[in-house]
Ligand binder design. Sequence first.
Ligand SMILES: [Zn+2]
Length: 290
Amino acid sequence: MQSALIVYSKHTREYAKLISKRYKDVSFLEVTKPPTEEILKIKNNKDVVIGIGGGSVIDTAKIISKDKRCIAIPTTAAGASMTPYATIWGKRKMTIPTKKPILKMDYNMPKNLSFSVRQSTIFDALSHAVESFWSKNTTPQSRNYSKKAIRLLNKHLNRINSHLNKNDINELITAGNLAGQAIAITQTNVAHATSYPITIEYGIDHGAVCGMLLPYFVEYMDFQGLPKLFKLDSTKELVALLKKSFIPPKIKNFDVKLIAKLAMKYERINQGHRKISQESLEKILKKIAG
Ligand SMILES: [Zn+2]
Protein backbone atom coordinates (compact mmCIF):
# COMPACT_ATOMS: atom_id res chain seq x y z
CA MET A 1 0.00 0.00 0.00
CA GLN A 2 1.16 3.50 -0.81
CA SER A 3 1.23 6.53 1.43
CA ALA A 4 -1.02 9.42 0.43
CA LEU A 5 -1.79 13.07 0.98
CA ILE A 6 -5.49 13.69 0.43
CA VAL A 7 -6.51 17.21 -0.52
CA TYR A 8 -10.24 17.93 -0.15
CA SER A 9 -12.78 20.65 0.68
CA LYS A 10 -15.53 20.74 3.26
CA HIS A 11 -17.94 19.34 0.66
CA THR A 12 -15.77 16.28 0.03
CA ARG A 13 -14.53 15.68 3.60
CA GLU A 14 -16.55 12.49 4.16
CA TYR A 15 -15.50 11.10 0.82
CA ALA A 16 -11.84 11.85 1.57
CA LYS A 17 -12.14 9.67 4.70
CA LEU A 18 -13.52 6.81 2.62
CA ILE A 19 -10.73 7.06 0.03
CA SER A 20 -8.10 7.18 2.78
CA LYS A 21 -8.87 3.54 3.68
CA ARG A 22 -7.19 2.44 0.45
CA TYR A 23 -3.82 3.83 1.58
CA LYS A 24 -1.46 3.48 4.51
CA ASP A 25 0.07 6.49 6.23
CA VAL A 26 -2.38 9.16 5.12
CA SER A 27 -2.28 12.91 5.72
CA PHE A 28 -5.14 15.29 4.99
CA LEU A 29 -5.23 18.88 3.78
CA GLU A 30 -8.50 20.80 3.75
CA VAL A 31 -8.69 23.53 1.14
CA THR A 32 -10.84 26.51 2.03
CA LYS A 33 -9.78 29.00 -0.64
CA PRO A 34 -8.13 29.13 -4.07
CA PRO A 35 -4.38 28.37 -3.93
CA THR A 36 -2.02 31.20 -2.99
CA GLU A 37 1.78 31.37 -3.03
CA GLU A 38 1.94 29.73 0.42
CA ILE A 39 1.18 26.33 -1.02
CA LEU A 40 4.39 26.44 -3.08
CA LYS A 41 6.21 25.97 0.24
CA ILE A 42 4.31 22.81 1.24
CA LYS A 43 6.61 19.78 1.12
CA ASN A 44 5.12 16.43 0.24
CA ASN A 45 6.76 13.16 1.23
CA LYS A 46 3.88 10.82 0.30
CA ASP A 47 3.83 8.52 -2.72
CA VAL A 48 0.68 10.03 -4.10
CA VAL A 49 -1.33 13.24 -3.76
CA ILE A 50 -5.07 12.90 -4.30
CA GLY A 51 -7.30 15.90 -4.98
CA ILE A 52 -11.04 15.45 -4.47
CA GLY A 53 -13.17 18.46 -5.29
CA GLY A 54 -13.44 21.50 -7.54
CA GLY A 55 -10.81 23.58 -9.32
CA SER A 56 -9.12 25.01 -6.20
CA VAL A 57 -8.70 21.57 -4.61
CA ILE A 58 -7.35 19.94 -7.75
CA ASP A 59 -5.02 22.85 -8.54
CA THR A 60 -3.67 22.65 -4.97
CA ALA A 61 -3.07 18.88 -5.31
CA LYS A 62 -1.35 19.41 -8.68
CA ILE A 63 1.05 21.98 -7.27
CA ILE A 64 1.89 20.07 -4.08
CA SER A 65 2.48 16.76 -5.87
CA LYS A 66 5.42 18.12 -7.93
CA ASP A 67 7.12 15.01 -9.40
CA LYS A 68 5.01 12.53 -7.40
CA ARG A 69 1.85 10.91 -8.67
CA CYS A 70 -1.25 13.11 -8.57
CA ILE A 71 -4.75 11.71 -8.81
CA ALA A 72 -7.68 14.04 -9.47
CA ILE A 73 -11.26 13.13 -8.62
CA PRO A 74 -13.33 16.09 -9.88
CA THR A 75 -16.68 16.96 -8.30
CA THR A 76 -17.44 20.08 -10.35
CA ALA A 77 -17.10 21.16 -13.99
CA ALA A 78 -13.89 23.15 -13.38
CA GLY A 79 -11.94 20.92 -15.77
CA ALA A 80 -8.69 21.31 -13.77
CA SER A 81 -8.04 17.56 -14.05
CA MET A 82 -7.37 17.96 -17.75
CA THR A 83 -4.79 20.75 -17.75
CA PRO A 84 -1.02 20.65 -17.10
CA TYR A 85 -0.98 23.88 -15.08
CA ALA A 86 -2.51 25.43 -11.99
CA THR A 87 -3.56 28.94 -11.08
CA ILE A 88 -2.19 30.74 -8.05
CA TRP A 89 -4.05 33.79 -6.78
CA GLY A 90 -2.20 36.54 -4.97
CA LYS A 91 -1.68 40.22 -5.72
CA ARG A 92 -1.57 38.98 -9.27
CA LYS A 93 -2.48 35.72 -10.92
CA MET A 94 0.25 33.21 -11.72
CA THR A 95 0.08 30.12 -13.88
CA ILE A 96 2.25 27.31 -12.53
CA PRO A 97 3.17 24.47 -14.87
CA THR A 98 2.35 21.07 -13.32
CA LYS A 99 1.98 17.55 -14.56
CA LYS A 100 -1.45 16.65 -15.85
CA PRO A 101 -2.99 14.57 -13.04
CA ILE A 102 -4.40 11.09 -13.44
CA LEU A 103 -8.15 11.49 -13.82
CA LYS A 104 -10.41 9.22 -11.81
CA MET A 105 -14.12 9.56 -12.36
CA ASP A 106 -16.02 8.15 -9.45
CA TYR A 107 -19.61 7.79 -10.48
CA ASN A 108 -20.75 6.45 -7.14
CA MET A 109 -19.55 9.31 -5.05
CA PRO A 110 -22.35 11.00 -3.14
CA LYS A 111 -22.43 14.44 -4.72
CA ASN A 112 -24.36 17.58 -4.28
CA LEU A 113 -23.80 21.07 -5.59
CA SER A 114 -25.26 24.18 -3.99
CA PHE A 115 -26.97 26.59 -6.38
CA SER A 116 -24.13 29.10 -6.35
CA VAL A 117 -21.42 26.44 -6.87
CA ARG A 118 -23.45 24.94 -9.67
CA GLN A 119 -24.07 28.27 -11.40
CA SER A 120 -20.45 29.23 -11.06
CA THR A 121 -18.99 25.92 -12.27
CA ILE A 122 -21.35 25.74 -15.28
CA PHE A 123 -20.38 29.22 -16.40
CA ASP A 124 -16.68 28.67 -15.82
CA ALA A 125 -16.79 25.52 -17.98
CA LEU A 126 -18.94 27.29 -20.56
CA SER A 127 -16.43 30.14 -20.69
CA HIS A 128 -13.63 27.63 -21.27
CA ALA A 129 -15.54 25.95 -24.10
CA VAL A 130 -16.73 29.17 -25.77
CA GLU A 131 -13.41 31.02 -25.54
CA SER A 132 -11.62 27.97 -26.88
CA PHE A 133 -14.12 27.77 -29.75
CA TRP A 134 -13.38 31.31 -30.98
CA SER A 135 -9.67 31.20 -30.11
CA LYS A 136 -7.01 31.91 -32.73
CA ASN A 137 -5.26 28.73 -31.55
CA THR A 138 -8.01 26.21 -32.36
CA THR A 139 -7.29 22.83 -33.89
CA PRO A 140 -9.91 20.37 -35.21
CA GLN A 141 -9.47 18.45 -31.97
CA SER A 142 -9.95 21.46 -29.69
CA ARG A 143 -13.08 22.46 -31.63
CA ASN A 144 -14.43 18.98 -31.23
CA TYR A 145 -13.91 19.14 -27.45
CA SER A 146 -15.53 22.55 -27.14
CA LYS A 147 -18.51 21.60 -29.29
CA LYS A 148 -19.20 18.52 -27.18
CA ALA A 149 -18.82 20.49 -23.96
CA ILE A 150 -21.16 23.26 -25.16
CA ARG A 151 -23.87 20.79 -26.19
CA LEU A 152 -23.80 19.14 -22.76
CA LEU A 153 -23.72 22.44 -20.86
CA ASN A 154 -26.53 23.90 -22.97
CA LYS A 155 -28.97 21.35 -21.54
CA HIS A 156 -28.17 22.66 -18.08
CA LEU A 157 -28.56 26.31 -19.06
CA ASN A 158 -32.14 25.64 -19.97
CA ARG A 159 -32.94 24.10 -16.60
CA ILE A 160 -30.69 25.99 -14.23
CA ASN A 161 -33.23 25.90 -11.39
CA SER A 162 -34.31 22.29 -11.59
CA HIS A 163 -33.14 19.48 -9.37
CA LEU A 164 -29.85 17.78 -10.25
CA ASN A 165 -29.61 14.03 -9.95
CA LYS A 166 -26.40 12.01 -9.87
CA ASN A 167 -26.48 11.60 -13.64
CA ASP A 168 -26.73 15.35 -14.19
CA ILE A 169 -23.74 16.01 -11.97
CA ASN A 170 -21.67 13.38 -13.74
CA GLU A 171 -22.67 14.98 -17.04
CA LEU A 172 -21.51 18.37 -15.79
CA ILE A 173 -18.16 16.93 -14.70
CA THR A 174 -17.75 15.29 -18.12
CA ALA A 175 -18.59 18.58 -19.87
CA GLY A 176 -16.06 20.35 -17.64
CA ASN A 177 -13.39 17.80 -18.53
CA LEU A 178 -14.07 18.24 -22.25
CA ALA A 179 -13.84 22.02 -21.93
CA GLY A 180 -10.61 21.53 -19.93
CA GLN A 181 -9.17 19.48 -22.79
CA ALA A 182 -10.13 22.24 -25.23
CA ILE A 183 -8.31 24.95 -23.25
CA ALA A 184 -5.31 22.69 -22.67
CA ILE A 185 -4.84 23.12 -26.45
CA THR A 186 -5.93 26.73 -27.06
CA GLN A 187 -5.83 28.53 -23.66
CA THR A 188 -8.65 30.85 -22.71
CA ASN A 189 -8.68 34.46 -23.91
CA VAL A 190 -10.77 37.60 -23.53
CA ALA A 191 -13.26 36.62 -20.79
CA HIS A 192 -10.71 34.89 -18.59
CA ALA A 193 -8.12 37.66 -19.00
CA THR A 194 -10.76 40.18 -17.89
CA SER A 195 -11.99 37.96 -15.08
CA TYR A 196 -8.62 37.65 -13.31
CA PRO A 197 -8.25 41.25 -12.10
CA ILE A 198 -11.93 41.30 -11.05
CA THR A 199 -11.42 38.21 -8.89
CA ILE A 200 -8.20 39.60 -7.43
CA GLU A 201 -9.46 43.15 -6.77
CA TYR A 202 -12.94 42.31 -5.49
CA GLY A 203 -12.49 38.75 -4.20
CA ILE A 204 -15.32 37.39 -6.33
CA ASP A 205 -15.41 33.70 -7.20
CA HIS A 206 -13.79 32.86 -10.54
CA GLY A 207 -16.81 31.13 -12.09
CA ALA A 208 -19.19 33.86 -10.98
CA VAL A 209 -17.06 36.48 -12.74
CA CYS A 210 -16.94 34.33 -15.89
CA GLY A 211 -20.75 34.08 -15.87
CA MET A 212 -21.07 37.84 -15.46
CA LEU A 213 -18.70 38.61 -18.37
CA LEU A 214 -19.52 35.88 -20.86
CA PRO A 215 -22.71 37.31 -22.46
CA TYR A 216 -20.99 40.63 -23.14
CA PHE A 217 -18.02 39.01 -24.85
CA VAL A 218 -20.32 36.70 -26.83
CA GLU A 219 -21.99 39.88 -28.07
CA TYR A 220 -18.64 41.53 -28.84
CA MET A 221 -17.19 38.51 -30.67
CA ASP A 222 -20.42 37.77 -32.57
CA PHE A 223 -18.79 34.54 -33.67
CA GLN A 224 -20.32 32.66 -36.57
CA GLY A 225 -21.37 29.13 -35.79
CA LEU A 226 -21.53 29.66 -32.02
CA PRO A 227 -25.31 30.23 -31.62
CA LYS A 228 -25.98 27.06 -33.61
CA LEU A 229 -24.17 24.96 -30.99
CA PHE A 230 -26.79 26.22 -28.53
CA LYS A 231 -29.54 25.40 -31.05
CA LEU A 232 -30.14 29.13 -31.54
CA ASP A 233 -30.24 31.31 -34.67
CA SER A 234 -28.45 34.45 -33.61
CA THR A 235 -25.89 35.95 -31.25
CA LYS A 236 -28.70 38.10 -29.86
CA GLU A 237 -30.67 35.03 -28.77
CA LEU A 238 -27.57 33.49 -27.24
CA VAL A 239 -26.80 36.65 -25.26
CA ALA A 240 -30.39 36.62 -23.96
CA LEU A 241 -30.14 32.95 -22.92
CA LEU A 242 -26.85 33.51 -21.07
CA LYS A 243 -28.21 36.54 -19.23
CA LYS A 244 -31.42 34.75 -18.34
CA SER A 245 -29.66 31.75 -16.82
CA PHE A 246 -27.17 33.55 -14.61
CA ILE A 247 -27.57 35.82 -11.59
CA PRO A 248 -24.53 38.12 -11.73
CA PRO A 249 -22.63 39.10 -8.57
CA LYS A 250 -22.90 42.72 -7.45
CA ILE A 251 -19.64 44.65 -7.40
CA LYS A 252 -19.42 47.70 -5.17
CA ASN A 253 -17.37 50.62 -6.49
CA PHE A 254 -16.53 48.80 -9.72
CA ASP A 255 -13.48 50.65 -11.11
CA VAL A 256 -13.84 49.84 -14.80
CA LYS A 257 -10.83 51.91 -15.84
CA LEU A 258 -8.52 50.04 -13.47
CA ILE A 259 -9.87 46.61 -14.43
CA ALA A 260 -9.57 47.35 -18.17
CA LYS A 261 -5.97 48.46 -17.65
CA LEU A 262 -5.05 45.38 -15.61
CA ALA A 263 -6.82 42.99 -17.99
CA MET A 264 -4.87 44.32 -20.98
CA LYS A 265 -1.67 43.10 -19.28
CA TYR A 266 -2.69 39.50 -19.89
CA GLU A 267 -1.36 38.63 -23.32
CA ARG A 268 -4.10 36.07 -23.85
CA ILE A 269 -6.72 38.82 -23.95
CA ASN A 270 -6.13 39.13 -27.69
CA GLN A 271 -6.08 35.43 -28.50
CA GLY A 272 -9.74 35.53 -29.49
CA HIS A 273 -10.76 35.89 -33.13
CA ARG A 274 -11.56 39.60 -32.70
CA LYS A 275 -9.04 41.86 -31.00
CA ILE A 276 -10.11 44.19 -28.23
CA SER A 277 -8.70 47.58 -27.24
CA GLN A 278 -8.57 48.98 -23.74
CA GLU A 279 -11.20 51.51 -24.81
CA SER A 280 -13.70 48.93 -26.05
CA LEU A 281 -13.08 46.84 -22.96
CA GLU A 282 -13.86 49.83 -20.77
CA LYS A 283 -17.10 50.37 -22.65
CA ILE A 284 -18.13 46.77 -22.09
CA LEU A 285 -17.28 46.92 -18.40
CA LYS A 286 -19.30 50.14 -18.04
CA LYS A 287 -22.37 48.32 -19.35
CA ILE A 288 -21.83 45.60 -16.75
CA ALA A 289 -21.29 48.10 -13.95
CA GLY A 290 -24.64 49.70 -14.93
ZN1 LIG B 1 -11.81 29.21 -15.64
